[in-house]
Design a binder for this molecule. Structure first.
Ligand code: PMP
Length: 333
């Protein structure tokens, strides 16, 4: 029999997919780690599981306890499903600007969803701070206690990727990987995969892929956190250096605009059958830029972060794209 043991055992061991168009266009092997095929539909299933396992192992999360988190959505979906599988309730705090599909999915999973206005991190009403305060309150009132997952600064997040995603990429490429590109929300994927690859070969180039509106490109290039422009991508872009990112082995950063990323997403769907969200477009766009800089014959790995149906009302909605002055592909118009 070849079967995985329930939801938890189905997280990870995702395929590595050769992206045919981008590979042919650059003369490099551009490979996407298919994190959208995790059972919760995103790369964040891994972080959710790693954080919950760490909290259980340390005794902070007890049977019947509550998991509280602030999230752009995917970590919340991962935590809610891990919680369902392991017997924990979840309270999820999310900025109201995130896609309707993620909100619907969270409610479907049984999460107690609390929507808050999208305000900057320095504002006490920011979703991250609201989630921390709810966790502190519930820790006092819940019979079995509560924890704050704290994905941005909880290093169990990147350790999960260092232990699973990174080694999987190394094995799937047989160690033939010249560069890795990855956008950053918490920085867990970039840092964890980066560390795992550098531990095996210090010459692998680790490149941060940044959307417009994020401060990390300037931070890597000049040391100063500075943001310009904006992006419709969700779950990525960051205005501060999280604990997960702080000492990550990052060699360089590239900026990718929505105008560059969206046609990649549309082509991967129409020409190759891959249904991906916006952050995957930023990641593949960065891989193409790195491939062009390195020249033909190199292997660049990136992350295909989440499933595109999560953004049907935005990324794949011609009216929304027109309103944002973004390109609308013929077949979608
Ligand atoms: N893409 C999507 C769609 C996400 O939801 C996230 C996580 N917020 C990321 C990329 C970034 O992953 P990480 O938090 O590991 O930096």
């Amino acid at each position: 029999m070849d079967a995985r043991n329930g939801f938890i055992d189905t997280i990870g061991r995702t395929p590595l997919i050769r992206l045919i168009g981008p590979s042919e266009a650059t003369g490099c092997e551009i490979l996407g780690k298919a994190e959208f095929l995790n059972p919760g539909g995103s790369v964040k299933d891994r972080a959710a599981l790693a954080i919950v396992e760490d909290a259980v192992a340390s005794g902070r999360l007890k049977p019947g306890g509550v998991i509280v988190e602030g999230t752009a959505g995917n970590t919340g979906i991962g935590l809610a499903l891990v919680g369902n599988a392991l017997g924990f309730r979840t309270v999820i705090v999310m900025p109201e600007t995130q896609s309707q599909e993620k909100k619907d999915m969270l409610r479907l999973c049984g999460a107690d969803l609390r929507l808050v206005p999208a305000v900057p991190f320095k504002d006490p009403g920011n979703y991250v701070h609201v989630s921390r305060r709810i966790a502190e309150e519930l820790a006092q009132t819940e019979p079995n206690g509560a924890i704050w997952a704290n994905q941005f600064d909880n290093l169990a997040n990147r350790e999960g990727h260092r232990r699973t995603t990174g080694p999987e990429i190394w094995e799937q490429t047989g160690g033939k990987v010249d560069a890795f590109t990855c956008a950053t929300g918490t920085g867990g994927t970039l840092a964890g995969v980066g560390m795992a690859l550098k531990e095996r070969n210090p010459d692998v180039r680790i490149v941060l892929a940044d959307p417009m509106g994020s401060a990390l490109y300037a931070w890597k290039k000049t040391g100063e956190l500075k943001a310009e422009g904006n992006s419709i991508t969700e779950g990525i872009g960051q205005g501060r250096v999280t604990a997960n990112l702080a000492d990550a082995p990052v060699d360089d950063a590239v900026q990718v605009t929505d105008e560059e990323a969206l046609p990649i997403i549309f082509d991967l769907l129409k020409d190759e059958g891959l249904v991906l969200g916006g952050s995957s477009g930023i990641n593949v766009g960065a891989a193409i830029k790195v491939a062009k800089a390195l020249g033909p014959g190199h292997t660049i790995v990136t992350i295909l972060c989440d499933y595109g149906t999560r953004y049907q009302s935005k990324l794949f909605n011609p009216a929304f794209l027109r309103e944002k002055n973004l390109p609308v592909p013929d077949w979608l118009a």
